[in-house]
Write a protein that binds this ligand. Sequence first.
Ligand code: NAI
Length: 269
Amino acid sequence: MMYNLLKGKRGIIFGALDENSIAWKTAERVHEEGGVFVLSNAPAAMRLGNISDLALKTGAQVIPADATSVTDLEKLIEQAMDILGGKIDFVLHSIGMSVNVRKGNHYTNQNYDFTQKGWNVSAVSFHKVLQVLYKKDAMNEWGSIVAFSYMAAQRVFPDYNDMADNKAFLESVARSFGYFFGRDKKVRVNTISQSPTATKAGQGVKGFNGFIAFADKMAPLGNASALDCANYTVSMFSDLTKMVTLQNLLHDGGFSNVGVSQEVMEMFE
Ligand code: NAI
């Protein structure tokens, strides 16, 4: 369904790698809703994924940027304003990575160089994006900035490893920076805490298949898909959610408020 919710709005979408990426679905939905944007991803991701297909489909330009590099982000944001013809209304940070997860290091046996790289990519990068936007006064009033999180920031999911800490850090940055962005520029900053979703990053987590099936059986509505998440994000970029800020918004089919579901109970009876 199309509602033209983002007509006249300009944005930056980080993190579309392939068709499964939540950012990919979001870019498609934003395009359908009339928003224009530039796509960005890490230079290495240009080789791995097929972002140029998405760019073609949505009429977007791609600007490579390592989200941990302030210099890259400064260039990206300047170029995005030039290309789009004005200040920015919406930004999606859909970036996450843990080297400990990738290398199979257990939470109790981390390599701290990897740990540092993980929180730099997954959480500090969000602070950097916010700080560059803030200092350049690049956001329009009532603009909206969203980053994606996961519930392991609040509850234990043993195999989520150090990404749990990275997400707690990310959510805290959204609140802390969101305060200043709201007070000084009337811009809102939120995180959306999404159900497990079968993407490149998601499938990197050990035991992912069990994890996603369990969440689906627990949640009264089942797991939220990447497309559902894209739709929710569109609503957060629209003027319909103008007064929502500093929130961690749970987008999980109700999973987070269920102690145990009937279906899961039956497995133990
Ligand atoms: P994905 O693998 O498609 O996206 C992750 C993106 O991060 C990739 O495009 C990757 O190139 C980018 N990235 C990594 N390092 C970067 C850097 N230095 N600079 C710029 N970009 C960089 O996977 P997915 O699942 O779409 O992930 C998007 C976000 O959603 C992440 O923050 C992830 O943690 C979050 N999330 C994912 C869930 C899942 O189960 N898939 C559940 C809840 C949240």
